[in-house]
Ligand binder design. Structure first.
Ligand code: NAD
Length: 418
């Protein structure tokens, strides 16, 4: 029987393995196995028909050892405490692997944002911000977008926080519209980082993006941007999927047409073009392509479907798309997996640039942000590649060897208070 999936258990198993290889005694890393602070809130919202609905929300700070907590806010009907805990912990290790001075946090609200009017969404966001206000702030914990949230919602968070503080505080949130202190390039940064990392892993195997074929699950901020940038670099993208299903063309999809279709607020199920076949998300994951980019949700590649995987490389755009069991199986199958905490770190890297600019009242150009992003993604990739080869472990284990060591050493240097 397949055990019930708990993403936080996944995190603990990967951390335990890295700590064992690093030679830490249990007491040396015990504290990083627990989130530092968890806030659960019940958010009442007056709906447009006059009724009142109460939504469940969370802000969980996994670690502030290396700096203020940092992490996105997810609006999705399937949000739950264990998921938010896992996402918060992944943020801690992601910030550590790319060596930016943050801890990790995540927030979430159990809601399908598609079912709310814009006004209801704004009321929900403002009330949620007010309820988590005691624990967020530019020196404490800085939210950002994730699944189901976007720059407009970040703008409402910044405005609510600023109104309650009585002055403008742009550094409380990243991924804001550029007109109010957002970093140019932040919206595309996660997808751009995924593409930089894809280029790096292919280059290590003597390949180029233009020679490779791709399948991408999730066509939102991360997957959609990655698809567009890969297409611009002449990659052949054979399959893409969203919540409604997937489309496939063995000769390569017209990504420009697909992005235009999605840009009108439509889903892939209604996309039609010559040579395009509709397939299931399961079939998408099993396509015989060079690179598979899961960029939707966690637990997509698991014990039940890992045997169907035919790709040579998986670059994890999503957080936690591969379970521990599937990961071990992929290693045996010879599939190279570039882990989420490295591959999708581009978003938090440019969020860091945004925050640095906000707190110094500076503004850099998009070219500055992209150049610095490329530098950090390349350096981090090489660090992970080198340690993985030195120790003879997977890239995921290599990434965690770097990240766990940085977090544990930070804790040791600070000591346990009091
Ligand atoms: P998004 O809401 O913009 O897009 C999500 C996409 O996934 C949509 O195309 C949606 O239709 C699809 N999807 C949802 N449920 C699905 C399902 N059951 N099967 C297949 N497709 C499904 O979200 P996003 O910001 O692109 O985030 C995607 C992933 O990347 C998440 O795991 C998120 O945590 C991670 N991530 C996002 C950022 C960021 O900056 N936005 C940064 C790092 C990691």
């Amino acid at each position: 029987m397949v055990a019930a999936y708990n993403p936080y258990d996944n995190v603990l198993r990967v951390v335990d393995n890295a700590a064992r290889i690093l030679g830490y005694q249990p007491g040396e890393y015990e504290a990083i196995k627990y989130p530092e602070r968890e806030l659960q809130v019940s958010i009442p919202v007056q709906m447009h028909d006059g009724s009142v609905k109460v939504f469940e929300g969370y802000r969980i700070q996994h670690s502030t050892s290396r700096g203020p907590a940092k992490g996105g806010i997810r609006y999705h009907w399937n949000v739950n405490k264990d998921e938010v805990r896992a996402l918060a912990a992944w943020m801690t290790f992601k910030c550590a692997v790319v060596n930016i001075p943050y801890g990790g946090a995540k927030g979430g609200v159990v809601v399908d944002p598609e079912k709310l009017t814009s006004e209801e969404l704004r009321h929900l966001t403002r009330r949620f911000t007010a309820m988590i206000l005691p624990i967020i702030g530019p020196d404490k914990d800085i939210p950002a977008p994730d699944v189901g949230t976007n720059p407009e919602i970040m703008g409402w968070i910044m405005d609510t926080y600023s109104m309650m503080r009585g002055h403008c505080v742009p550094g409380v949130v990243t991924g804001k519209p550029v007109q109010i202190g957002g970093a140019p390039g932040r919206k595309e940064a996660t997808g751009r980082g995924v593409v930089i990392t894809t280029g790096n892993i292919l280059a290590k195997h003597g390949m180029d993006i233009a020679d490779a074929t791709f399948a991408i699950q999730g066509m939102g901020n991360v997957g959609g941007t990655a698809a567009r940038l890969l297409h611009e670099r002449n990659a052949r993208i054979l399959g893409v999927g969203d919540v409604s299903g997937a489309v496939f063309n063995p000769d390569g999809l017209d990504i420009t047409a697909i992005m235009a279709h999605l840009g009108e607020g439509k889903l892939l199920e209604s996309h039609c073009a010559e040579g395009v076949r509709h397939i299931t998300n399961g079939e998408l994951l099993g396509l015989d392509v060079s690179v598979l980019i899961p960029a939707a949700l966690e637990n997509q590649i698991n014990e039940s479907n890992v045997g169907d995987i035919k790709t040579k490389f998986i670059v994890e755009g999503a957080n936690g798309p591969t379970t521990v069991e599937a990961d071990a199986q992929l290693e045996k199958m010879g599939v190279v997996v570039v882990p989420d905490i490295l591959a999708n770190a581009g978003g938090v890297v440019v969020s860091y640039f945004e925050w640095v600019q906000n707190i110094q009242s500076m503004s850099w150009t998009e070219a500055d942000n992209n150049a610095k992003l490329t530098e950090i993604m390349n350096r981090s990739f090489n660090d992970v590649w080198d340690i993985s080869h030195e120790k003879g472990v997977s890239l995921r284990t290599g990434a965690y060897l770097i990240a766990v060591k940085r977090v544990v050493e930070a804790k040791k240097n600070r000591g346990i208070w009091p």
